[in-house]
Write a protein that binds this ligand. Structure first.
Ligand code: FAD
Length: 403
């Protein structure tokens, strides 16, 4: 594909959220087909999503079948007509292969295959002209493109690493301590190993299952008691039930607190908990709740771990299923844009306008960074849909445009 000099809308990232945006944009007006381009170094749609589901051997989604990138909520169920055995109770959660096949069908049907330009966006420089503002995107290929509007859809935030990791003084093989995002169960042989998994979210459950399936034993350590929830945030956050009150709060730090309370760290589905309890009875998993690592050192080819309660353990590997955080100050890509468009920041989250723009700009943000407007589900597929309902009108309606 030849890179044009100018594009109306540049979307940074080709994940689930960006795909949702493009289908919603095209549903509103086909006229926009030639007006946007998506940038992603992976060259294809959903590569990060597919990689993570495969690496963690996740059998099905946590969200129900109405959550997907197509504007028609029943489209996935229609697609699954001959594959109902791939919809898992409760709430018809789609199997991983079904969901991925469906997304590829969405990409084909909306003719989006050629819309991903294979490059990472490494700088975004705002250009303020008298009549209108624009952005110059500098790509990893050395090329540049000017965009009237930019939508940041780069996903997962920054990995969260516990403090004790920084205090490790011994050298260790890097694959023996890693964040869950770096674990690929398909490339490991874990037979006979004892693995420490830190974190009480669904990811630690998936990794524990994957490890014991390979013949390892697992200690699952969580700071708090493990919470059992079907979804990571209650479905009331997808509609007026909770959002009406949330949006009535004009104090952004109150909204931030509500987001924290609603997610309350990680949680496991009842189904995974049942499997972990069974594995506990079989002696394959040990669950240590309200427990934290104080110190870990790599010695004699093993992790020597000391916990706050004084207990000592030995492990072959440690996996940090400690999640990610969203902090606008940690996105180098945003720094020039924030200098040009000063934005209030509350606990790392930007205060965006109602169309998810940095104030007075044509710079849109979707995903977890948009949580002060979208609420606790901002990072999820359902949150992506809600973001589209705000972003798309500001792109297609000239009365809502800035500059
Ligand atoms: C294991 C796992 C399971 C999940 N399961 C569910 C679920 O069942 N239901 C649900 O609703 N949510 C789920 N989520 C949450 C969320 O839906 C996913 O994280 C989803 O991938 C978010 O989509 P995204 O488009 O924001 O980010 P991503 O899918 O991560 O896509 C972001 C893309 O941006 C690209 N990118 C990053 N930086 C740049 C740059 N500088 N230039 C160009 N491109 C860039 C990346 O290469 C990537 O392809 C899950 C998350 C994880 C980690």
């Amino acid at each position: 594909m030849k890179l044009p000099k100018y594009i109306d809308v540049a979307i940074v990232g080709a994940g689930v959220q960006a795909l949702t945006l493009t289908t919603h944009l095209l549903k509103k007006t086909k006229k926009h087909y030639n007006k946007f381009l998506v940038f992603d170094p992976s060259q294809t749609w959903l590569s990060q999503w597919e990689r993570q589901f495969a690496a963690q051997q996740i059998p099905h989604l946590r969200s129900p079948s109405v959550h997907h990138p197509d504007p028609n909520p029943s489209q996935l169920r229609n697609f699954a007509e001959a594959r109902y055995n791939e919809l898992f109770p409760p709430y018809d959660r789609p199997g991983t292969k079904l969901f991925n096949d469906f997304c590829h069908e969405v990409i084909r049907r909306w003719k989006l295959t050629d819309k991903v330009y294979p490059a990472k966006v490494i700088h975004i420089l705002p250009i303020k002209l008298a009549s209108r503002s624009q952005f110059r995107l500098i790509l990893s290929t050395g090329e540049t493109i000017i965009a009237r509007r930019v939508v940041l859809a780069t996903g997962s935030g920054r990995v969260q690493i516990p403090n004790w990791v920084e205090r490790i003084t011994s050298d260790y093989p890097t694959d023996r301590l890693c964040h869950s995002q770096q674990v690929n169960l398909n490339q490991l042989n874990l037979k006979g190993e004892h693995i420490l998994i830190i974190g009480g979210g669904l990811t630690s459950g998936h990794l524990a299952k994957g490890a014991i399936n390979q013949g390892a034993t697992v200690t699952l350590m969580t700071r708090k008691q493990i919470q059992e929830k079907i979804f990571d945030a209650e479905p009331g956050w997808l509609g007026p039930k909770y959002l009406k009150y949330f949006h009535s709060r004009t104090d952004w730090s109150v909204r931030y607190q509500q987001i924290q309370q609603a997610r309350n760290g990680g949680s496991m589905t009842p189904e995974i908990m049942l499997q972990l309890r069974k594995a506990t009875h079989e002696g394959k998993v040990r669950i240590e709740e309200s427990c934290q690592v104080k110190d870990a050192q790599w010695q004699d080819n093993l992790w020597q771990v000391l916990c706050h309660d004084g207990c000592k353990h030995q492990f072959n590997r440690i996996w940090l299923a400690t999640g990610t955080t969203f902090n606008v100050n940690e996105y180098p890509l945003l720094q020039d844009v924030l200098d040009t468009y000063p934005t209030e920041i509350v606990n790392g989250l930007p205060v965006l306008d109602e169309h998810l723009r940095l104030p007075k700009s044509n710079f849109f943000i979707m995903g977890g960074l948009a949580a002060l407007q979208i609420g606790p589900v901002a990072r999820n597929i359902g949150g992506g849909k809600m973001a589209c309902q705000r972003i798309v009108p500001a792109i297609v309606k000239s009365s809502l445009a800035i500059g």
